[in-house]
Design a protein around this ligand. Sequence first.
Ligand code: AMP
Length: 214
Amino acid sequence: MRIALVGPPGSGKGTQGELLGHRLSVPHISSGDLLRDATRAGTPWGSKAKDYMDRGQLVPDELVLELIKERVARRDCDGGFLLDGFPRNPDQALALTRVLNGAGLDHVIAIEVPEQSIVERLSGRRTCRGCGRLYHLTFNPPRRFGRCNVCSSELFVRDDDREDTVRERLAVYRRQTEPLMGFYSDAGLLRRVDGSGTPDQVTRRILEVVEELR
Ligand code: AMP
């Protein structure tokens, strides 16, 4: 089963990607995580990508595509995968179909969250420096303050979760990613899911949609 999660920053794609990946037994592939790993390697390519990310803008398609292409070609993706954050514009969607040899996706889940919740969600977000797991000071706090439940590494605020960058990311989303909805709706693949409530409630809504279409 090949699924993509789309939605504005802060809609819960990362959290749902983790939860659903376990539930559906498919790898969770976050383009943001792939990019963050690549930027940590400190290559010239990585620092170029980091510049875009720190400004809240999309990294050029060819850089992201290389990473996605390599990742979906691995053996663990033979039975499907869950994409989070990719595709992010119609050109990437077309490129993905080519990468998958024309096979395309089975479902595109659009997670919908009112705009006023987004800034609140992102400003409380904390990310684990070790394994990339996501927490929220109010909605999903770690058991030990400032430390990851799983690997005990330090939790930090991503540069792009700061308020001015969040606003830029939202503007980029509206301009560049929202047109994807029309693209996938025309293809008959788009399912809209209410992203409010607890992570488990949202997971349940998404699973209902996926099961219904199976
Ligand atoms: P995310 O973790 O999905 O919020 O992504 C963080 C940042 O990584 C975004 O603001 C972009 O700068 C970059 N990024 C992630 N996915 C993509 C993509 N599919 N295309 C271009 N840039 C991306």
